[in-house]
Design a protein around this ligand. Sequence first.
Ligand code: ADP
Ligand code: GN1
Ligand code: MG
Length: 363
Amino acid sequence: MSEKPKHDVRAIVGHFQIAGEFLEAAPYGSGHINDTYCVVFDQGGTRVRYIFQRINHSIFKQPVALMENVRRVTAHLAEKVAGEADASRRVLTLIPARSGAAFYCDPVGNHWRVYVFIEAARGFDAVESPAQALSAARAFGRFQKMLADLPAPLLNDTIPDFHHTPKRFAALEKAIAADTAKRVALAKPEIEFALRHQAICSALLDAKLPERVTHNDTKFNNVLLDDTTGEGICVIDLDTVMPGLALYDFGDMVRTTTSPAKEDERDLSKVTMQFPMFEALARGYLSSAAEFLTPAEKKFLPFSGKLITFEIGIRFLTDFLAGDVYFKVHRDGHNLDRCRTQFKLVESIEQQEGKMSQLVATI
Ligand code: ADP
Ligand code: GN1
Ligand code: MG
């Protein structure tokens, strides 16, 4: 806990219904969007940790509507897991603000929320074994299953057209034309790769698949794995839970949970779609989701991996060209490095897509 907090978290803590004395706060995790802090309290002589988050409101334009989603989703999931062993580690628990609301809005307009810290579990930035892939996919499939009967109304769209790949492509074309940061010349091969793949963008939308409640950001580090059992104990990062396609979630699992390399790896020889990881993902996901998926959804599982990897690749490229305005970056060229790993992975999936489809047909 050495890094200096960007915000005065000490000034925020008193606005939440937390007992005990504030001890310390430090930036936490490796998310690209929100500002996350681990905050420690002394409660009757025991150190108790909480997760404090400042919602990035330049990305999530309606934090109040977002928190309404999070409140409904966490309450629904809590009902589903009630009575199970370890229930309080299986779903995020919001700590209410002193006002009773699910968040606190500070004097400068930042929206803060607090979660119970899920102890004895952790997220990983890169997958290490097929057993981990299986656990993660099973947890995300179960997450979709538990939310299938979320009572009406529909959840709010926290980012409209989040996985509308053709619109993401149009945004890339606009960024190329504008060349705001004068970086187009630095990304010629990547731009050519993107243009060559435009034809795949609309395939999932054209397939007229059913809309469901989906997570939409099923990156491997958005599920916490139990330290002892390895089970995918808790799905986190609920900001983008909203109506979507089941395949957006499976696709992002393939993107983040098949390559041994981190998302920003510079040595592209390390980036590859490992077939045993894909097999574990497909088996894990189908162990929870087979009962509600349609045959068409199942058929598109391998393709969704290629498409979502391509989609996030063009988002990184767009952000690089726009001057790094969306994703947090920690070095020069960070978004371009991330784009390169995505496109390398797309190629690797392309080479194995036939085999991946054959496998899925046997499960
Ligand atoms: P972002 O949207 O920026 O990715 P996340 O909600 O994923 O933010 O949180 C960032 C990191 O904080 C996660 O990757 C995870 O390591 C950690 N984290 C988030 N919520 C919890 C929690 N309730 N318990 C323990 N760790 C958490
Ligand atoms: C962001 O919040 P985080 O870091 O889990 C992004 C995802 C991208 C991902 C790429 C709201 O996810 O869409 O796939 O980075 N979240 C948002 O790593 O844009
Ligand atoms: Mg996250």
